[in-house]
Design a protein around this ligand. Structure first.
Ligand code: C5P
Ligand code: C5P
Length: 463
């Protein structure tokens, strides 16, 4: 691990030990919630008093509302891009643990991997960064499991699996017996989906003839000599024997080959999967990726306490509520994707664009936009920006991109920050190279498209 980064984490931990009565403020997505879970568990184990506040984004008005409500504040998964606002409004007694593009602003209690040359986009997430502090606060190596959930929730894994600090954290979790890794078919839903749905909903990659064709999926699986049910219960991928898994993988490879799917796409179907060893065999929380989706399903729909309780170990009431929310979340994502495909996205010179009106909630518009790549509805050589209208007259735009575009110079977080600097008050944006968001007044939509054309065009051309 980067020793200066570890040193700074240690410094924050020492200061946190000295204080009490915290308000932990974090982001409502999978990574933010995992990160809050890590921090709150560590505080609880220390016997500290704390409360939590989960927000969509750390907008100025939110900081105003929070100010004065606690003795100490820990901002997680945001705050680096709002340091000057925090210094102005909160003034003192706050910690920032984040992995987004930071402002050029000094603050002694600021932990961000980007300040130490560690990539906050693919080497460590907010949950990982919170874990760096937690491992200095006590015997908290078991929390590495949540750190891995956060990293996957933020889509930080590469073709080879987790890299950099994420990989080292994973290793600590394996040593603590809370995590394991293996090479396997990594289509989404290996634990929570019955076999037919496992293939039926595969969007990354699309399986020609099988994705979205239930009858064909059932025939395909039976054709590979695999039973769909065990007694009355539908089987999932994880419950197959080694031999059955091999047969299914071979059949899939042959099928994709026959349908001229490029080799690299086929290879991407296989890779590392991560298991939370302490979770029940059939639980979606057992697969680190699916745990992230469960957290999004709770957090992005306002059920923050359910998500936090899950992260802090509740496998009773919170778990049952979460399963219901998961089903609804998946339905909303499917409907969002259908809407975008039906209406079609506009192709601009430098990006794809979709205005969802008020048909897709701002909290999932980014996820839906990102999923369009896997669905084959858009090509991977342009970023996509999707926009949704809020009841207060503002719009929220979410941008998503691909690894290839980043290599060619694209940086969506920087692009949105640049527009915020140009437009000033009323516009707040930021994020990562590959995924970012921005809020601005609805009447500026046309101007927004023009500005994006210019800023993104320049970024991509520069290489
Ligand atoms: O706030 P935060 O960093 O946690 O959010 C990152 C967002 O970016 C997540 O919604 C994640 O799904 C998305 N993302 C993406 N594609 C990537 C990396 C991240 O859509 N390759
Ligand atoms: O909201 P969305 O999922 O599109 O956010 C993508 C990424 O951009 C997240 O990491 C989020 O924290 C970040 N973001 C930001 N400032 C905003 C909106 C989003 O930093 N105003």
């Amino acid at each position: 691990m980067n020793q200066s980064f570890v040193g700074q984490a240690r410094g924050l931990a020492a200061e946190i030990r000295r204080r009490d009565n915290f308000l932990v403020v974090s982001n409502y997505d999978a990574d933010g919630l995992s990160a809050a879970g890590v921090m709150c568990t560590a505080l609880k184990r220390l016997g500290k008093k704390f409360s939590t506040k989960i927000l969509k984004q750390l907008y100025e008005e939110e900081i105003q509302k929070i100010a004065g409500s606690a003795e100490n504040y820990i901002f997680i998964d945001f705050g680096s891009g709002q340091l000057s606002l925090l210094k102005k409004i909160i003034k003192e007694n706050f910690f920032v643990i984040d992995h987004h593009q930071p402002e050029k602003e000094e603050w002694p209690y600021h932990l961000n991997p980007l300040l130490f040359g560690v990539d906050g986009g693919n080497e460590i997430s907010a949950a990982g960064t919170a874990y760096m502090v937690a491992r200095e606060l006590g015997d908290n190596k078991d929390l590495a499991a949540l750190a891995v959930v956060g990293a996957l929730g933020d889509m930080q894994e590469q073709a080879t699996g987790l890299i950099g600090h994420n990989k080292e954290i994973l290793q600590e979790g394996i040593s603590a017996n809370v995590l394991s890794k293996k090479s396997d078919l990594k289509l989404y839903g290996r634990i929570s989906r019955p076999l037919v749905q496992f293939l039926l909903f595969s969007s990354n990659p699309i399986i020609p003839g099988l994705t979205a064709n239930e009858k064909a999926c059932a025939e395909f699986i039976l054709g590979a000599g695999i039973d769909l049910k065990e007694g009355e219960a539908w089987r999932n991928y994880e419950s197959l024997s080694v031999d059955e898994k091999k047969r299914l993988a071979t059949a899939l490879i042959l099928h994709m080959n026959r349908n001229n799917v490029p080799d690299w796409k086929i290879q991407e179907m296989f890779g590392e999967v991560y298991t939370l060893e302490k979770e029940q065999k059939q639980s979606p929380l057992r697969d680190a990726k699916e745990f992230g989706t469960v957290l999004n399903a709770c957090g992005r729909w306002g059920h923050h306490n359910v998500a936090l309780s899950l992260c802090m170990g509740d496998r009773g009431e919170a778990y049952h509520l979460a399963l219901g929310l998961l089903a609804e979340h998946r339905k909303q994502l499917r409907e969002g994707i259908e809407l975008m495909k039906e209406r079609g996205v506009e192709e601009m010179k430098s990006f794809y664009f979709f205005d969802a009106g008020n048909r897709i909630k701002d909290s999932i518009i980014g996820i839906v936009a990102g999923m369009l790549y896997g669905s084959g509805a858009i090509s991977e050589n342009k970023p996509i920006i999707a926009l949704t209208h809020n009841p207060d007259g503002s719009v929220k735009a979410s941008g998503r991109a691909t690894g290839e575009l980043i290599r060619r110079g694209l940086n969506l977080g920087k692009a949105f920050k640049e527009l915020q600097a140009r437009w000033g008050v009323g516009t707040e944006g930021g994020g990562h190279k590959i995924a970012a968001g921005i809020k601005f007044p609805a009447e500026k939509k046309q101007e927004f498209l023009k500005e994006m054309e210019e800023i993104l065009g320049k970024q991509i051309q520069r290489t």
